[in-house]
Structures are given as C-alpha cells and as structure tokens.
Design a protein around this ligand. Structure first.
Ligand code: ADP
Ligand code: MG
Length: 342
C-alpha cells in the first residue's frame, strides 16, 4: 500500500465513525461523572444531545473550579483565605452568593452559607466525625453570620476567620445552568440527577411526565411517586449524611445556624418542587431547619414552590399545588398524609 492511501483511509474511517456518532436514532444519550463531591448523571434526548451533554459536563467542571472549598485557585477558596480583603468574583459566583443571601433573609437565617467552619468541626466535610464541645461551638458561632458578608454585586469581603461554602445551593444552581445549556442546544427533553437533586427539561419524549420516586427517610424504599415536567425536585434528608455518636445519638449534616447543632425541627425529610433548582435546593435545606409551621408560613407567601415534608413521627405534609402529582406507594399506607391549603 502506498503511503498516500493510509492517511486517506484513516480519514475515511474517522468520517464514518463521526457520522455514526451524530446520527440520532431516538435513543437517549447519557453522561455520568463524579463532580462536586457527588455522582452526577444527565440523560438527554434529541439529535444534539451528545454535544449538549459535553458542554454541560464542561460547565460543571468550570463551576467546581470556581466553588470548590479545597481547590486553592477557586473563588470560594480565595474568599475564605483573603484575611478580610475583598475578592472580585465571576458572575456565576456573584449570583450564587447573592441568591444565598436573599434566601437567608427570607428564611430568618435558617440558611447560612457561613456555617461551613461549624460543619467542618463536626467532621461532615472530611468524614472524621466528632461531637464538638459547647464552648467550641459558641466560639465558631461568633463568626457564623451571613449578615457580615459584604457583597456589592462583583466582589465579596468577609471577616477574617469566617468561611463560606456553596453546599446548600450550589448543586441546584448548577442544575439551572445545565438546563440553560441543554435548552440552548435545542434539547427539549432531559433528566438531570445531580447527586439526588432531580431536574427535568420538558416532558419525556413520548409526551408523558417524568415519574420521580421519593426516598423514604425511614428505609431504603420510595414512599411516593411524583409525576412532573419542567421542574426541579430536591430533597434534604437527615438520612443522607449522618453518624452515630458515642452517646448513641444520631447527628446529621443539616445544621441549625442558631445552635451550630443538627437541626431538630421534627422534620426528617423535605422535598421542594419548583421551576428553579437553586430555589428548591436552598429551600429544602432551610425548611428542614425551620420545621413545618414556619415552612408553611413561607409557602403561603410565595407561589414559586411546593413542598412535601415528612415528620419524625411518620406524617407527610404536602402543599395543595402538588397534590394531583403525588401518589403514595401502597406499602407506605401507614404514613398519614395531610394536604396544606393556602
Ligand atoms: P446535600 O447537598 O447533601 O444533598 P442539602 O442540600 O440539604 O443536602 O445541603 C446540605 C449541605 O448544606 C451540607 O452538607 C452543608 O454543606 C450545608 N449546610 C448544612 N446546614 C446548612 C445551613 N443551615 N445553611 C447553609 N448550609 C448548610
Ligand atoms: Mg439544599
């Protein structure tokens, strides 16, 4: 074979395989990867799905480089190690912080992105769990206060010793940005699972709604199914990350910023459903801290989310707007369901 034919043949093979890759046969494309400390899986339908998914993964990695608390070049890292200096941030980080602060205000401080040092003290960031002393907690709570964050829309300044993280909101906001990318690339149907945060684009390709299982806080099963489209379904549960202390008590990773201890509001799981991932993510954590009464009060003032809350004594509260989309799994008939109306 002459030397000229080989490159030509190769080019032919590459051309054929790339054609084959882009031809859309109605099957979904999937991308699964580990990022932001969790397992992410995105499934998209449509002829541009492959390209859209690649862009989505790139975006996640870009955001992780901005928000990681441990990567030395991330913007959050730079804020946390700035010794009180102001740090200029990207539009994405600005939006993350702006949004966090807004939700802290409307939830009476149940959400506080400066809880991070307390979370570290409990070992939730490393897996090296321990119960902090009350003295240590009160020391750390001196600089847990989102109101001390100075943010002017472009730069962030926090007092020395304070540290912030994106734990409660970052994945939801990431879902919103991925959704935007998929839609810009012409995707009309997709399902995002970002470490258990579910976000959907459109309906399933056959025009029916997505069926989403809701994990029981009491065992491994799903206590209910939701049929939804074009929205986020995000749960915060005490069962997601916890340890048993030497005293035999269970300690979980959702903390009450007022005490620095795991939140005990009577709720063991809160699912928030709405159009915006960032809102659902931020609220699932905050409502868990606030408890059912305050959560209900907040729901009555807004029309951009619905919730499903499970109490430690096995009661399910669901807001009126989600009632028609909710079906209880028969095996969980012992859980008493109550609908909350406006
Ligand atoms: P996950 O991200 O584990 O799925 P959540 O959305 O409920 O679950 O967020 C819990 C995370 O948020 C914790 O791991 C921690 O980083 C952070 N966090 C815990 N309590 C609070 C709080 N009161 N305010 C803000 N962030 C919190
Ligand atoms: Mg959350």
């Amino acid at each position: 074979m002459s030397e000229k034919i080989i490159p030509l043949l190769l080019a032919g093979i590459i051309f054929l395989t790339s054609c084959n890759k882009t031809a859309y046969n109605g099957e979904p494309r999937n991308k699964s990867f580990f990022a932001m400390d969790t397992y992410m899986s995105i499934t998209a339908y449509g002829k541009n799905a492959e390209k859209a998914l690649n862009r989505a993964e790139e975006k996640v990695s870009e955001l992780e480089n901005l928000w990681s608390v441990t990567r030395e070049n991330s913007e959050i890292y730079r804020i946390n190690h700035s010794n009180g200096e102001s740090v200029h941030v990207s539009p994405e980080t600005a939006e993350l912080i702006d949004f966090s602060l807004e939700i802290s205000e409307i939830t009476g401080g149940a959400l506080d992105c400066s809880i991070y040092p307390v979370l570290t003290e409990w070992g939730f960031t490393t897996g090296d769990y321990k119960i902090p002393t009350d003295e240590r907690l009160s020391e750390l709570l001196d600089y847990t206060n989102y109101r001390k964050i100075n943010f002017n829309g472009e730069s962030v300044q926090i007092p020395e010793n304070m540290q912030i993280d994106s734990g409660a909101v970052g994945k939801g906001y990431t879902g919103d940005l991925i959704t935007e990318i998929l839609e810009k690339n012409g995707i009309e149907s997709a399902l995002l699972d970002l470490g258990g945060n579910i976000q959907t684009v459109g309906k399933k390709p056959d025009g029916t709604e997505w069926k989403i299982g809701l994990r029981s806080p009491f065992d491994e099963g799903n206590f209910a199914t939701l049929e939804i489209s074009d929205c986020a379904v995000i749960t915060s549960g005490g069962y997601e990350r916890y340890f048993t202390g030497e005293d035999g008590e269970t300690y979980w990773h959702i903390l009450d910023p007022k005490t620095g201890k795991p939140a005990h509001s009577g709720l063991v799981s809160v699912t928030v459903i709405g159009g915006e991932g960032r809102l659902c993510d931020a609220l699932s954590t905050s409502l868990f801290v606030m408890g059912i009464e305050k959560a209900t009060e907040l729901w009555k003032t807004r029309s951009d989310f619905e919730m499903i809350a499970v109490t430690d004594d096995g009661k399910i509260y669901l807001t009126a707007g989600i009632e028609d989309k909710f079906s209880l799994n028969q095996l969980y008939g012992n859980l008493h369901t109550e609908v909350i109306y406006r």
